[in-house]
Design a protein around this ligand. Structure first.
Ligand SMILES: *Cc1c(COP(=O)(O)O)cnc(C)c1O
Length: 392
């Protein structure tokens, strides 16, 4: 599979119609109990915990099919599916730290990732330092003897700072520190972490992989047997399993992902350009725009841009922002992006910052550009921005 190009992998990976009566899609196995024909087979299976089906919680052909498809797509060693993106992040981090260890996390990270470090890992004696996402090779100065992992997220999913992933990964490798990236924004189509020296690529598959806002799913793709075993063991011991119907939906989402993302990208690019010219907008935070501070890194390392961006408005009060957002016709208010519809949500990055204070002209509003006709989306945004300026 891996010798093929991405769109071909998306279409064919993780299924084998010939072993399934010619039926195109793999069957959905609903399983808790898995039976053994005799004691010898039961004992034999215990010797191969990573490669046998023993109990519903540890995996079925349905989870294996989805994991195999994502592994092929990322060009990794093996993957582990869990019930949601946050579980994938906490398993990927938790597998590599113990009491007394230290972790580096970008200050721009998905806020629940930071909350896990502060509220769970802190309780277990693991200390987190939040670093400037734009630090690049300067991360070297923050690595201590007890630093076990560097977390990356590029771009940050609220504020869109781009990270110099190859520079950070090179330093980490040199110092024996494991690296993990939250690759949800780019998807495996637009950024390839293993080509840039990262050890673990994590996705909230809930977003673009599922693609239809109807299931939650997380996946951790690893680059080596040792990393895979550590992650799989952590997921198993914490009881993380993904449900069969959700795995099926995630796998089905993969088949159309390239086509959907091409449209998300084309519409987002057009809308980002249009927003930049609007007088109410101080800045558009979208790395594919040449004006974006991380554009050169994006252009160097990425193959595309997805449909999520933020805008920083010129100073305006909260009721005006509510007037704009409440009456949108097509943009709905909601958090979990990556589905087919457009979303809009105000966000307050300053409240999560530790190291690099968030400085902005005015309020930040995050947009997910869905699959509607971009001209209709522009009309909707134009009316919204007009409401922003109108007297109440
Ligand atoms: C949504 C999201 C997650 C968490 O995924 P869930 O499936 O909602 O748990 C993690 N990282 C990023 C960047 C996200 O946007």
């Amino acid at each position: 599979m891996t010798k093929h190009r991405t769109k071909t992998i998306l279409t064919h990976a993780g299924r084998d119609p010939r072993s399934n009566h010619g039926i195109v899609n793999p069957p959905v196995y609903h399983a808790s109990t898995i039976l053994f024909p005799d004691i010898a087979s039961m004992e034999e299976s215990a010797k191969r915990p990573f490669d046998s089906y023993r109990y519903g919680r540890s995996g079925t052909p349905t989870s294996a099919a989805f994991e195999e498809a994502v592994t092929a797509l990322e060009g990794g060693y093996r993957s582990v599916a869990v019930g949601c993106g946050l579980a994938a992040l906490t398993v990927a981090i938790g597998a590599f730290v113990k009491a007394g260890d230290h972790l580096l996390v970008p200050d721009s990270a998905y806020p629940p990732t930071k909350a896990y470090c502060d509220k769970v890992l802190h309780r277990y004696g693991v200390e987190t330092t939040y670093y400037d996402p734009e630090i690049g090779a300067g991360i070297s100065d923050l690595i201590r003897p007890e630093t076990q992992m560097i977390v990356l997220e590029s771009p940050g999913s609220q504020t869109f700072e781009m990270q110099d992933v190859p520079a950070i990964a090179a330093v980490a490798r040199d110092r024996g520190v494991v690296t993990m990236i939250d690759n949800t924004w780019a998807t495996p189509l637009f950024f390839r972490p293993f080509d840039h020296g990262v050890d673990l690529s994590v996705h909230a598959a809930t977003k673009y992989i599922v693609g239809h806002a109807d299931a939650m799913m997380g996946i951790i793709c690893t680059n080596s047997e040792a990393h895979f075993k550590a992650v799989k063991t952590e997921a198993y011991l914490l009881g993380h399993a993904a449900g069969p119907d959700d795995l099926y939906l995630a796998q089905r989402g993969l088949r159309s992902m390239a086509a959907r993302l091409a449209q998300h990208q084309a519409s987002a690019m057009r809308i980002a350009d249009w927003l930049e010219a609007r007088p109410e907008v101080a800045r558009v935070l979208y790395p594919a725009l040449p004006s974006h501070p991380g554009h050169a890194i994006w252009k160097r390392d990425f193959q595309g841009a997805s449909g999520l961006m933020s805008i920083v408005l010129h100073p305006v009060d909260a009721p005006a922002v509510a007037r704009m957002i409440d009456d949108m016709a097509l943009f709905s208010i909601g958090f979990s992006w990556g589905g087919y519809e457009s979303l809009i949500v105000p966000q307050d990055p300053a409240s999560h910052r530790r190291t690099v204070p968030w400085k902005a002209e005015g309020p930040l509003v995050r947009l997910h550009i869905g699959l509607e006709d971009p001209d209709d989306l522009i009309d909707d945004l134009a009316a919204g921005l007009d409401r922003l300026r109108a007297e109440p």
